[in-house]
Design a binder for this molecule. Sequence first.
Ligand SMILES: [Mn+2]
Length: 343
Amino acid sequence: MRERLEGLRRELEERGLGACLVLRHQRYFSGTSAGAAVLVRTEGESLLFCSRMELGRARRESPLPPVPYDPMRGEELWEVVGREVRGERRLAYDEASPSLLGKLRREGIRPLKLRGFFEELCESKTEREIGWMRKAAEMALRGMRCASELMEVGRSEREIAAEVEYEMRRAGSEGTPFTTIVASGENSLLPHATSTGKRLRRGELVVVDLGATHRGYCSDLTRTFALHPSPKQERLLRAVREAQLSALERVRAGRRAGEVEEAAEERLRREGYGRYLLHGVGHGVGLEVHEPPSLGPGSRDLLRENAVITLEPGAYVPGVGGARWEDMVVVRREGGVLLSGGL
Ligand SMILES: [Mn+2]
């Protein structure tokens, strides 16, 4: 935490700014999700703003002194922030709503977006963060192993989702970064399906997309299972897995994310699935399950060294089913390294 705050302080000094209000990335600097914002100053102590309700947790989880505001009495975040930054003419920030910015302006403060800095800082993980993410990935793999054991005709999607989440919690996961998806048959055609009471039937594809969290860091993993698959389904599954390998081969620090996406997409097109693609090939992952870079078509985002990304090509073919295969990968100078292989 100290190093992170120190890094931002240096950046502010270099840009001749006195203070930065961190909203979207507050957890990265405070170590807790109890806060609403962090104020980092070049002179004087950095502060953690939190609602009065979260004060206890903020004290316990963050080394930063908390400054509470009381929404129950109608007090708003910008009011306490305004009090602390009085005297600053310019205030750097990471991301803020137009209404918050408007209120700060009315206080005579000129907000200034710090571009590029937070992306770079949060995308490249330290070895410690990568270790935590590997742990989160291992918990997800345990959940997936549990799912694979339950792949039987007659079980419901929701039942499998419940067992999987229970298994990950037992493995130490703090929670699920998103609602576990178990999507079979027709439902597998929806990339963001919700698990229903529908029971698995013979001849269906079943997409399982799940994640765990460890020290706030997320994992994200998808497998597609087949219950007595047809040759068409087998072909689809193979194509999706091969597309992931093609993408993985292109991963390298310094590359454009779009190039990696292109490799997967090209592969799926060559196999005849070009009409059945519904999403890009992946995204960055960290404290949030979806963070930059985007691995969508034509993405100009850079793959930074030590970033953690997902590779999740999928194709959704009516009458056959949907298939997606997702793993987490660390971007190294020499290439991509799987964090979640082995299943
Ligand atoms: Mn994902």
